[in-house]
Design a protein around this ligand. Sequence first.
Ligand code: 4AD
Length: 458
Amino acid sequence: MKHTDIVDVFSDPALIGTELTVCGWVRTSRDSKTMAFIELNDGTTLPHLQIVIDKANFGEIADFLRLGTSLKVTGTLVTSAVAADSVEINAAEIAVLGECPPEYPLQKKRHTLEYLRTIPHLRVRTNTFNAVFRVRSVVSAAIHEFFQARHFVYVHTPLITASDCEGAGEMFNVTTIGYSNQYQSEEEYYADDFFGRRASLSVSGQLEGEVAAMAFGKIYTFGPSFRAEKSNTPRHVAEFWHVEPEVAFAELPDIIEIAEALIKHIIRSVLEKCPEEMKFFDARFEKGLIEKLEAVVSHDFAVMTYTEAIEKLKQSGEQFQYPVEWGADLMTEHERYISEVICKKPVFLTDYPKEIKSFYMKQNPDGKTVAATDLLVPGVGEIIGCSEREADLEKLLDAMKARNMSIEEYEYYIALRRFGSVPHSGFGLGLERMIMYVTGMSNIRDVILYPRTVGNIS
Ligand code: 4AD
């Protein structure tokens, strides 16, 4: 269908005075005695294009004005009668592409985000979701730009896996066997299943990413990860998009540098490419958002050890719901206090107790901590999990044995330490949490098209 995108209508002054055709959905409309006005949006940009109808030139126009109706409009593009820096179309011809009845759920009033979650197939047509998904698209492109410009190879790691990367057992099983009571044991059941052994959806592409990094030096993955965590929180979904670089010949400070540069590159891209959307989020969802992000890109992130953070949390005098003890995992309330009150900016928390972290992390000489870091940001908490990997075969085996892990299952991973092992590091950035941080949206369910959460797959 030959037509002009509304984003081009707004940005190309040469079009003023010409006749053109646009398509889109009616977002609002107004009827008066001699004139009618339609705000049309085709999804290519946040602002709507005003269509001006001189009723003397048309017969019945009621069908054009209903919210949600899709139209094809031909007319002359002119400077707006009320705002000299904007444009509108004086309609000559209007065709209804698809009618929309009055029971269309998106009526003129402002709907709550909670209500909009019940209509995921329609909420994308609102301004909020138009802005969120444009930013999501720009963030995704920025991630590829960042790594491609630095010679990282983009690899696609498997989504179906036989090994549990995080060792937390929060995996979805992949099976073709339905309900059955014909098996005497788990082994018998899995032996009869599609792969002849237990298979799951991957929680992280890291282990296979390490395999690729030992060949290509610098790699990244960017795809979905799955977690069967029963955490019904504003920060957890069962299916999220995961960015995982893995870098050979890199120690912890090297990977921290890369992580900070990536976050700053993403923010700069969004500020540059999504000015309308960012103004919208600043006005509607987080006052001062743009100023906050501008400060983030122009200052160094903080770096603090876990041990120091525990001391500071204890000295704060703050009443936390969960106790603060060296050796205990930090909860969201602690993470947010550290980044929002203590550091007031993004902070890399380093050197966690080895017992609360994963088997693959490099053991520090103190025998108590590992060379791992989480990036905590104000408003969201943890957005990156990162570590230098244990490159020493014996130490890796010891860590696996201490966790009762099956050495046989991870033979391929252990082999990387046998055949030309090198210091290497990597991290995982949760795309949705990054989007929350740059948009100020406070619930992860509102930054992904179809959120999958415990008890909900609508
Ligand atoms: O800290 P995590 O568990 O680290 C890993 O999976 C490592 N294997 C990554 C690596 O080193 N290659 O997860 C990394 C990030 C978290 O910081 C968070 O942003 C995101 O993944 N994440 C989730 N996002 C949404 N919902 C969930 N359930 C998430 N679980 C993790």
